[in-house]
Structure formats: structure tokens, C-alpha cells
Design a protein around this ligand. Structure first.
Ligand SMILES: [Zn+2]
Ligand SMILES: [Zn+2]
Length: 234
């Protein structure tokens, strides 16, 4: 059984933990390692590595702390270059090339964000669970079959973003940037429609914007459109 723990989600920092009962993975290094240890009750002995999606601080600021704590960190070459850390536990992985870590098989895939070579991850356990982890991308060009769990960004709702622009709560520059770098509720619903969700057990909505989201609306729209168990990561 796949267990997903959100330690933090959003622009202030991202860190997640997933376990299949045998080995576990950390996702992102956007929180201090001590905070991650504490959130997991110092139960990290089964951790076999950490996957990082891209170099932004809210996802990768504390990478050095994780490496120094003997956690192997995996990321694209572009992310590694941007982080500019030399460490024997830094591993660069290639787009669409599967890797095996502990009991997991992981396939990185390219996503659409304003950085060099950001990745999403398709994460499979030995028990047949299939998790899609994708954040900080305004769009996903791939289709997936047989997913059982989703951890996916739902950053903003277009209606909320538009009304923030009208009332000058957001600059036009940032307004445009959000639309070309983050997943909207509307695009997410299209993504759900285009993918086979028949085996999905849980949908975790990640990285909700403080100002441009509406938790209740997002929960209701996704639950209604998919008929699945929906959890808001925070
Ligand atoms: Zn982010
Ligand atoms: Zn980002």
C-alpha cells in the first residue's frame, strides 16, 4: 500500500514522503532537513533517496542539508547545474530513462516551467502502485495509463487570478508568469479528462497559491469531475 505524507506544500516550501511499506522516498528538498525529520518522527531509516523536480528555492533550497545527512538526491542535469553543488550523493538522471531506487522504479519526464530542465516523476512500486508526481508545470503533454495515485499541482483558479488582476492585487507581469508556469484548476480538469483515471485511489492537490487559489472550489470541482478521493496538500 502506498502512503503519502505531505510535510509542506506551496511557495513557502515543498517536501513530501512516500512509502510502500518496504522502502520510502522523499520528494523535494524545499524544507530544512530537521523539519523533515521532525515531521516524520525521525523515522527515516527506510528512505532510499530524494527526487527533486527543479531548482527553485521552494523545492530545492535545502538540498545540501539532505546530501550531508546521507540522502541520495536525484534530479535532471539542468537542475544539478543550477544548484551548483558538488557532492558524491548528487545523481543526475535522464528524461524518460527509468531508474531503480530501493523497491521503486522511477521515470522522469519533462514538464513546462520557467527553469532549466524541470522534471515530473512517474513512480511505480513493486506492488503495482503507480504514482504521478507533477508540480510547477502549467501543462503536461503526456498521457498516463493505470495511475493509482496522483500528486499534482493545482496552483490557481482562472476566475480568482482574473479578479485579482482586475482589483490590482496582482501585477500584469506576474499574472502572465503564473499562467505560463503553474497548473490551473481548469487545465488540471482537462488533464483528468484526457487520462485514464479508472484505477486512481487518491488525488492529492499540491502547491495551492496563497492568493490565487480557492480551496473549496478546487476540492469540489476535482471531486465532482473525477469521483475520486481528493486531498489538499498543506
Ligand atoms: Zn514551486
Ligand atoms: Zn518553481
Amino acid at each position: 500500500m502506498l502512503t503519502i505524507t505531505t510535510i509542506a506544500s506551496g511557495s513557502k516550501g515543498n517536501a513530501y514522503h512516500i512509502s510502500d511499506g518496504q522502502t520510502s522516498l522523499l520528494l523535494e528538498t524545499g524544507m530544512p532537513f530537521k523539519a523533515v525529520q521532525k515531521a516524520l518522527n525521525f523515522d527515516l531509516q527506510n528512505v532510499v533517496g530524494c527526487l527533486i523536480t527543479h531548482e527553485h528555492n521552494d523545492h530545492a533550497k535545502y538540498t545540501k542539508q539532505f546530501l550531508d545527512a546521507a540522502v541520495d538526491c536525484y534530479m535532471s542535469a539542468g537542475t544539478a547545474e543550477a544548484l551548483n553543488i558538488e557532492h558524491h550523493r548528487m545523481h543526475t538522471i535522464r528524461n524518460k530513462t527509468p531508474i531503480h531506487i530501493g523497491t521503486w522504479t522511477i521515470i522522469p519526464f519533462d514538464v513546462q516551467h520557467d527553469v532549466n530542465e524541470p522534471f515530473g516523476y512517474l513512480i511505480q512500486s513493486k506492488d503495482g502502485d503507480k504514482l504521478l508526481f507533477a508540480t510547477d508545470t502549467y501543462y503536461i503533454k503526456y498521457r498516463f495509463k493505470g495511475l493509482t495515485h496522483l500528486m499534482i499541482e493545482c496552483n490557481y483558479a482562472q476566475s480568482v487570478l482574473d479578479s485579482n488582476l482586475e482589483t490590482n492585487k496582482i501585477h500584469r507581469f506576474l499574472y502572465k508568469r503564473v499562467m505560463k508556469s503553474h497548473f490551473s484548476l481548469e487545465n488540471l480538469l482537462k488533464f483528468f479528462e484526457a487520462n485514464d483515471l479508472s484505477k486512481v485511489e487518491e488525488i492529492h492537490l499540491l502547491h495551492l497559491s496563497d492568493n490565487n487559489s480557492n480551496e473549496k472550489l478546487m476540492y469540489e470541482e476535482v471531486a465532482m469531475a473525477t469521483g475520486k478521493r481528493v486531498l489538499i496538500a498543506k
